[in-house]
Design a protein around this ligand. Structure first.
Ligand SMILES: [Zn+2]
Length: 54
């Protein structure tokens, strides 16, 4: 039986959650965002600038 992973995994994910959820993609260009601010905005700095700047 190898069904042990499940609940253990959830705890693990919960503990690391905030960290790896920071990996998110820019909705404009699709590249990975790593800075918390960009992730919060869902868009990269340069793309955000381009969007709001025009
Ligand atoms: Zn972008």
């Amino acid at each position: 039986m190898t069904e042990v992973g499940r609940s253990t995994n959830y705890e693990e994910v919960d503990r690391l959650g905030d960290d790896w959820r920071l990996a998110r993609r820019c909705r404009a260009c699709g590249s990975w965002l790593t800075s918390p601010a960009s992730v919060a905005a869902g868009i990269g700095p340069s793309c955000a600038q381009r969007e709001s700047g025009r």
